[in-house]
Design a binder for this molecule. Structure first.
Ligand code: ZN
Length: 599
């Protein structure tokens, strides 16, 4: 039996309105925390005031950030000192991370963050005003302890209600409140987890979780594209929670990327602000790639056709990638995806040391795709270039990413990261190999010893608010920290890999002069909110290196914070990717010949 489920959830804001406009609350003070945007909360406060109730309704999601956005005149502020609590469950710095991106508040003196020793769910905020006065305030951050999808104890933001007979009083009410969004989230997980799924993977082709809820986006006026809105966070939390649950059910270790449940697609949509209910629809669907591609192609081509690669401000359609590959000459090779889309590869033989260049393994990391094409275009102008190229390893994920971006172009859409089988192509080891076959071919025909594998990561905060806030397993990637390089090497190749890494960083410093300032500004914010910097810096670029049995003896993985970027920021992203490839290819030609005897 395919899973189909439909459910409406009464809107908590409206339920509270109905409750507190009853005569017995007349003259009382009510404070509520829930997952609603400021406009809806302000309107409800006005309606409650008309009923004689003095109400303050606050955001349960990132309450400290919302306090500064909604209640503080930051133009009158000189600086601020935030005393944050230790988290009793999960990483201790969770509340410092959750304060993101307040370190970027545009104040005459930078904000200070001071850890407290207790774990009480509030921030103590000292405000130093431009007129010399000071004030203190306590910002409540309501949280509840609960079991996550794997049954582990977790501390997550939640709704809360306080009411009293005096202003800000709690003598009548001081209690946790499970709000509409939390109910819908829990119900979605419960519905999927109790379904009798088949014994063997994949369990479904596509599992769609459509959630319609009132509009909750709130741009930050002083820092663009920096924090994760609640609809985006819901997509992330639904997707990863279900992936974790299917992972556990399959008996695999946490973080094993070979799980093939099928394609999990959360689709979060905004309802009109007057909506009375949230609507959850869960549905199993069959793949129909040809139909879906035919629907999206015209608008996608209209937006990007006839633009030179270096001017692209959003990811190009697959057909554009195919045309560029065609113009490169050389030998074509292909594979076919789970949904039947082609994976296009090119091999160009020359007297150089061979290099394998790939992008789009994780299809929501799109700057590498353009960066790879731009770099290949330059490299292949030289006859001696020896290159195997796969600019888009995951066309099924890429199609889903584009479809999701039509709804929310500024969301990171991790549901499009892996393949339509739900696994990470790189780790696929058993037939049918589908996309992975293209990589096998590239490795075999080129005999490359270096693989340049272009990736990206979120350009703004990545959160899981209903599962402990910090994305489990990805804590290091939840905040941008500039262009990041990962160098992997097999035993015996450490020195070559290190030399390559140092050469690339030195070269990038000259090739992209703006990169240093870009990295420094992201790293400054990262450090302020993560509290530590667990990576090496080379010429202003964050790096890590480790031994691993990769597809080639040396693998360079680039990580540009590109997820959600558009416009000039996207152009900068693929420009940095291109220069990283050019720097790596060039340096490898110097390094590889000197190694030849030893290997
Ligand atoms: Zn990636």
């Amino acid at each position: 039996m395919p899973l189909v489920s439909e459910r409406h959830f009464p809107r908590t804001l409206h339920a509270w309105m109905e409750r507190f406009t009853q005569p017995q609350w007349h003259g009382c003070s009510v404070q509520g925390w829930l997952f609603e945007g400021p406009a809806a909360r302000r309107a409800a406060e006005r309606d409650l005031a008309r009923a004689g109730v003095q109400a303050t309704l606050r955001s349960a999601y990132k309450p400290l950030l919302h306090y500064f956005l909604e209640e503080v005149d930051i133009t009158a502020l000189h600086t601020v000192c935030i005393h944050w609590p230790q988290a009793a469950l999960g990483p201790a710095n969770r509340f410092l991370l959750e304060a993101w991106p307040l370190a970027a508040l545009p104040l005459p003196e930078p904000p200070q963050f001071i850890p407290r020793t207790d774990s009480h769910h509030h921030y103590d905020v000292e405000l130093h005003w431009n007129n010399g006065t000071r004030s203190r305030t306590c910002i409540f951050a309501p949280n509840r302890q609960h079991a996550n999808v794997l049954g582990k104890p977790t501390l997550s933001p939640t709704g809360w209600l306080r009411a009293g007979t005096v202003q800000a009083g709690t003598d009548l009410l001081d209690t946790q409140a499970t709000t509409d969004v939390e109910q819908a989230f829990a119900h979605a997980l419960h519905t999927v987890c109790q379904h009798p799924w088949p014994e063997h993977e994949p369990y479904f082709e596509r599992l769609l979780l459509r959630l319609d809820l009132p509009h909750l986006e709130l741009p930050i006026p002083w820092l663009e594209n920096t924090h994760s809105s609640l609809p985006e966070a819901l997509h992330e939390d639904l997707y990863f929670s279900l992936l974790e649950w299917f992972q556990q059910r399959s008996g695999r270790a946490h973080g094993d990327r070979r799980l093939q449940p099928g394609q999990i697609v959360p689709d979060i949509r905004a309802l009109d602000n007057s909506a009375n209910t949230l609507h959850l629809h869960i549905d199993q669907q069959s793949f129909d790639a040809a139909h879906e591609d035919a629907q999206t192609a015209p608008a996608w081509h209209a937006a990007t056709d006839h633009q030179p690669l270096d001017t692209l401000e959003s990811p190009p359609p697959p057909e554009c990638i195919r045309q560029h590959l065609g113009s490169f000459g050389g030998q074509a090779f292909t594979a076919t995806t789970r949904q039947g889309r082609p994976v296009w590869g090119r091999y160009h033989s020359g007297k150089d040391a061979p290099v394998f260049l790939s992008a789009g393994q994780h299809a929501n990391e799109t700057s590498g795709i353009v960066g790879a094409l731009r770099a290949a275009g330059q490299l292949l102008a030289a006859p001696e270039t020896h290159l195997a190229l796969l600019p888009l390893e995951n066309p099924d994920g890429y199609a889903l990413h584009h479809a999701l971006c039509r709804q929310h172009p500024q969301h990171m859409h991790h549901a499009a990261r892996y393949s339509a089988l739900g696994d990470d192509i790189e780790y696929r080891a058993t037939p049918p190999l589908y996309e992975r076959e293209a990589r096998q071919t590239a490795l075999k025909i080129s005999q490359a010893q270096l693989h340049i594998n272009l990736h990206g990561y979120p350009a703004h905060e990545w959160t899981r608010p209903f599962s402990g806030y910090i994305p489990p397993g990805f804590a290091d990637w939840m905040l941008p920290k500039g262009h990041f390089l990962i160098m992997c090497y097999r035993p015996g190749w450490q020195h070559a890999a290190r030399t390559l890494l140092e050469n690339i960083c030195a070269s990038l410093h000259h090739r992209v002069p703006e990169l240093a300032a870009f990295n420094a500004s992201q790293q400054h914010l990262y450090l302020a909110h993560a509290g530590q910097q667990p990576f090496e810096m080379l010429h202003g670029i964050a790096c890590v290196q480790y031994e691993e049995r990769g597809d080639t003896p040396v693998t360079l993985i680039t990580e540009f914070p590109d997820e959600t970027l558009q416009g000039a920021a996207y152009r900068f992203a693929h420009t940095v990717q291109m220069h990283t490839v050019l720097a790596a290819y060039t340096a490898w030609q110097r390094i590889f010949p000197t190694l030849h005897h030893g290997h």
